[in-house]
Ligand binder design. Structure first.
Ligand code: NAD
Ligand code: TYD
Length: 338
């Protein structure tokens, strides 16, 4: 197959591209705007593959999108602003990329269908955060959508637009909602890589509030394979949840990272909680399991491998830690951390 992977220079999109090139023998064109989170370094081991091509461009730019569609059978849209804390501080890019960007991609697919030239399939990569927080049990695909942050609200808007294009124009589109991902190549603003790098450097470990918020962790390769099942076997118009095999309160994740890095427990600092912080996420993944998918990586083993990857690959994170990330970190944590 030939895939257009939007946002393929980011964490999950680059892991997905690697899988599709190596495990499925697909051809992949990546379209990516290269925001602070998108990096060509993430292609380091497959940049020269004959089946791979990178195009620098934004999904909200119709000309850039039209220029990369030649021969593609499927659009997989990972492109997004993805950090909840940044969406609280500066929501505008979230609205633009999620609403306008998704619209431009859907319009491109609708136009091709309208000309009768070819029917592009479309996969929207989404998140469990569209359902909001759940105290007990797990969300199914028919749970109500109750997003809490500008990030999840705009991701919800994008999902609804995708469903509108399916119902109105018959566009063969599916949505795959993942739980919290972790693994190699994740930008260190997110909990796990931030804690690993801070622990390796002896820096404070900023835990929001009491640290008893629970996340359902999925390894990025497991999420990538779930998306693969959805694009190959999913029914048009349907939503598929893909949750990881294990849930864990944040404070236990941090304690485990302390053990794996040999850092000192006194580095933990409980800081002011995130506004509107969702207490717990949990997904039921029965529907995607019925397509033949199941997660392969348990959290304990995946976290150990992830700590080892960050320890062994300073070439990847050193330029980040010495660049713009410093300014972000100061803005986000400077006032609260000792
Ligand atoms: P990321 O921030 O690492 O990567 C996002 C990528 O999108 C970057 O390469 C960035 O340059 C690109 N991008 C941003 N705006 C763009 C635009 N307008 N046009 C083209 N490219 C643009 O994010 P990630 O963690 O890899 O997440 C990928 C997708 O998976 C997102 O849609 C996110 O909502 C979803 N998701 C993430 C998680 C998670 O835990 N990280 C969980 C479930 C779902
Ligand atoms: P994050 O990685 O930002 O993902 P999400 O908000 O999409 O779940 O955060 C995961 C959890 O970790 C969330 O409950 C917030 C918490 N957290 C901290 O306690 N400290 C931090 O410095 C960060 C970045 C997150």
């Amino acid at each position: 197959m030939k895939l257009l992977v939007c946002g393929g220079a980011g964490f999950i999109g680059s892991n997905f591209t690697r899988l599709r090139l190596r495990e499925n023998g697909d051809e992949v064109v990546v379209l990516d705007k290269l925001t602070y989170a998108g990096r060509e370094e993430n292609f380091h081991d497959f940049a020269g593959d004959p089946g791979f091509r990178f195009v620098h461009g934004a999904i909200e730019d119709p000309q850039a999108v039209a220029s990369v569609l030649e021969g593609c059978e499927i659009i997989v849209n990972f492109a997004a602003e993805t950090h909840v804390d940044r969406s609280i501080a500066e929501p505008d890019a979230f609205v633009k990329t999620h609403a306008l960007g998704t619209y431009v991609l859907l319009e491109a697919a609708r136009t091709l269908k309208g000309t009768g030239e070819r029917e592009l399939r479309y996969v929207q990569v989404s998140t469990d955060e569209v359902y909001g927080s759940i105290e007990d049990g797990s969300f199914s695909e028919s749970s109500p959508l109750r997003p809490s942050s500008p990030y999840s609200a705009t991701k919800t808007g994008a999902d609804l637009l995708v469903q509108g294009y399916f119902h109105t124009y018959g566009l063969p589109a599916v949505i795959c909602r993942g739980s919290n991902n972790y693994g190699p190549y994740q930008y260190p603003e997110k909990l796990i890589p931030l804690m690993i790098l801070n622990a390796l450097h002896g820096d404070p470990l900023p835990v929001y509030g009491d640290g008893m918020q629970v996340r359902n962790w999925i390894h990025a390769t497991d999420f990538g394979r779930a998306i693969g099942h959805v694009l190959e076997h999913g029914a048009p118009g349907e939503v598929y949840n893909a949750g990881g095999p294990d849930e864990c309160p944040n404070i236990e994740v941090v304690q485990r990272i302390i053990e794996l890095t040999g850092a000192d427990e006194s580095l933990i600092e409980h800081v002011t909680d995130r506004p509107g912080h969702d207490r717990r996420y949990s997904l039921s993944s029965e529907k995607v399991r019925a397509l033949g998918w199941e997660p392969r990586v348990r959290f304990a083993e995946g976290l150990e491998q992830t700590v080892a990857w960050y320890r062994d690959n300073p070439w990847w994170w050193e330029p980040i830690r010495s660049g713009d990330y410093r300014a972000y970190y100061e803005r986000q944590y400077g006032r609260t951390l000792a």
